[in-house]
Design a protein around this ligand. Structure first.
Ligand SMILES: [Zn+2]
Length: 198
């Protein structure tokens, strides 16, 4: 089975060393298949979960595309955030996984710039845009602090000869993901709730 190995950072051929189907008593269509795979290159364990694929006909119902459930992803991108931001975040994560930490931080800064722009905030520089995001209530004081630290780290990454290590880059990525996650899931949801409650 072809699987993505985090350790090899590649799609690899793997050997299935064990499998188990969890049978759902009242709904066989909800059965789940779990396969424990072993990476052919580095021998890391990878656990894959499959559901039935309902795109094929009933006669040849088969297991669908495998979803990796172990090891869990290092970063979780909320699917509801706009595509442009998702694309930029994925690029940042790719840089991180390739140990290109400075590039990863620069991509995070760019993501926040795009976020401001998508929210209609286009001030003369990022510092002013982040302030306006706060002043107009799009982000709160806590997220403002994170966004501003992210901006500063992005400036250093772009202009200084100092390099960043993996923990700096991981923190910056986590902040970026949290700002977008908070804004597009919780805040938007809460604003809609408040509007309905009026
Ligand atoms: Zn591997």
């Amino acid at each position: 089975m072809l699987v993505e190995c985090d350790n090899c950072n590649a799609v690899v051929e793997s050997k299935i060393v064990g499998a188990y189907v969890q049978e759902m008593e009242y709904d066989w269509m909800a059965n789940l298949k779990f396969s424990l795979c072993k990476c052919s290159q580095c021998s890391s364990p990878i656990l894959i979960q499959q559901e039935f694929d309902f795109n094929c006909s009933e006669e040849d119902l088969d297991w669908g595309v495998g979803k990796k459930i172990y090891p869990g992803s290092l970063f979780h991108i909320n699917p509801i955030i706009p595509d442009r931001l998702k694309k930029e975040l994925i690029e940042s994560i790719k840089c991180f996984k390739a140990s290109a930490y400075t590039a990863s931080i620069i991509m995070c800064r760019k993501t926040i710039e795009s976020f401001a722009s998508l929210k209609g905030v286009n001030e003369k520089n990022l510092a002013a845009s982040i302030k306006k995001l706060r002043d107009t209530g799009i982000i709160n004081e806590q997220l403002y602090d994170w966004a501003d630290q992210l901006r500063l780290a992005g400036n250093i990454a772009a202009h200084s000869i100092d390099n960043f290590d993996d923990s700096d880059a991981k923190d910056i990525l986590d902040f970026t993901i949290a700002i977008l996650d908070f804004t597009y899931s919780f805040k938007d949801k809460f604003d809609k709730f408040k509007a309905r409650a009026k």
